[in-house]
Design a protein around this ligand. Structure first.
Ligand code: KG4
Ligand code: ZN
Length: 344
């Protein structure tokens, strides 16, 4: 089954074709970063208009790269939410129209399910059960995945998402949009331990997160500092270390609580190098099990990330999630509905 995937929930137009026998055949992405940069954030109306401009040329490009004619497709998947309503409508209307014209089944995919399944795209050996850490600009969630479609929320952020905290902190420190990757780059030249910020909500049990207080701590440190280049980098490093350590502590707890041996990481913050390195040190049956003398070092958990380009928004994850749903016989009547706010 060959499925066209369309992603337009925010500021990236992503298109891909996934073949259930041969894997990913082609994918393309157009990022609107330059368009929104001068406003310091995504302008929803501009995002929608640009999706209208870029989507069909990208569909043509991806079909050509895959060596397919439109008639070779077996289904269409598009992001139906959550996201910006106007942006979602562009992908949903185009996806539905293509499916109708080609007489194909179409399915609206949950954007976060797309992120959650992205690590399976390129790793045929990876299958549930596992714990997923979803860390994007809009979400920070720990999810227990028993099977594709069988998800249990273990914990989530009570205020800002991890990516949002990165973006807001970066903006506060005068870094250009999009702030997350810029702040991570700045942190590379920062020294660890010069600024130490708290690891929110790690001092009590539970798997929820809170990142808004951390942002305020950084603001106070930033305002009270000399704001010299090295200080700036040291503050960025302190902030990054606090977020990474907090996420790692909660991931370890989630592995302990569920007995899972595999952690899957998805969403834009999953592209963060330091987070990727730190999560490789998580263990199975480790911290919650009292150590017997001579019991040795607990085995490390299997930690899976998509390649960085599939951590951030992309069409491949939507084509893949859509293909699994269509294969399971799930598709919807030809009505265009999107769900800007949608629990998974
Ligand atoms: O998944 P994504 O592309 O879009 C959403 O669905 O939100 O995630 C975007 C988020 C942004 O907040 C961005 O700043 C963050 O991911 N991000 C990063 C890095 N790359 C992207 N945060 C920290 N370090 C990075 N290298
Ligand atoms: Zn996303």
């Amino acid at each position: 089954m060959r499925v066209l995937g369309i992603e337009t929930s925010c500021d990236e137009t992503g298109v891909a074709v996934y073949d259930t026998d041969r894997g990913l055949l082609a994918h393309a992405l157009f990022s609107q970063i330059a368009l929104h940069a001068e406003y310091g954030g995504v302008v929803p109306e501009l995002a929608s208009r640009d999706h209208v401009r870029k989507l069909l040329p990208l569909v043509r490009e991806v079909l050509a790269e895959a060596g397919l004619a439109p008639a070779d497709l077996d289904g269409v998947a598009y992001t139906a939410g959550p996201g910006l309503v106007g942006a979602l409508m562009v992908g949903a209307a185009a996806g539905r129209a293509l499916a109708w014209a080609l007489d194909l089944p179409a399915v609206g995919v949950h954007h976060m399910e797309g992120h959650l399944l992205a690590p399976l795209l390129e790793d045929p050996g990876l299958a549930p059960p596992f714990v997923a850490l979803l860390v994007s600009g809009g979400h920070t969630q720990l999810v227990e995945v028993a099977a594709v479609g069988d998800y249990r929320l273990l914990g989530e952020t009570l205020d800002d998402a991890a990516g949002e905290a990165f973006d807001k902190t970066a903006k506060m420190m005068g870094l250009p949009y999009p702030g997350g990757p810029e702040l991570a780059r700045l942190a590379e030249s920062g020294r660890p331990g010069v600024f130490t910020f708290s690891r929110p909500m790690t001092d009590r049990p539970g798997l929820d997160f809170s990142f808004s207080g951390l942002k305020t701590q950084v603001l106070l440190a930033w305002q009270g500092s000399d704001q010299a280049p090295q200080t700036r980098a040291d503050i960025a490093r302190g902030f990054e270390d606090a977020v990474v350590e907090t996420l790692a502590i909660k991931c370890q707890r989630a592995l302990d609580a569920t007995g899972a041996r595999t952690l899957v990481v998805a969403g834009g913050v999953g592209a963060n190098t330091r987070l990727r390195e730190r999560l490789q040190t998580l263990v199975v049956g480790g911290t919650s099990v009292p150590k017997r003398s001579g019991a040795g070092v607990p085995p490390t958990a299997r930690v899976c990330f998509p390649r960085p380009a599939f951590c951030t928004d992309n069409g491949a994850m939507i084509a893949f999630a859509g293909a699994l749903r269509l294969q399971a016989g799930q598709h919807e009547a030809a009505v265009v509905t999107v769900t800007p706010r949608w629990d998974m």
